[in-house]
Ligand binder design. Sequence first.
Ligand code: FES
Length: 68
Amino acid sequence: GISLMKLAHLFGVDVEGACGGNLACSTCHMIFSPQDFSRLPPMSEDEEDLLDLTPGVTPTSRLGCQII
Ligand code: FES
């Protein structure tokens, strides 16, 4: 599969991904509308843990590299 982060890069969307999708940076942080958020695949515990440390995290935040 291809992650939402990679897809964003392909379409020239300005989102980072400093660690290359290895759950080590959180620069791929994305904030979704509640509608979109509810349609995303569930979060892993590792994603949740890193999101907890992400600046500006919101209830509808995800890490783009983990959405595949
Ligand atoms: Fe580093 Fe997603 S690209 S955590």
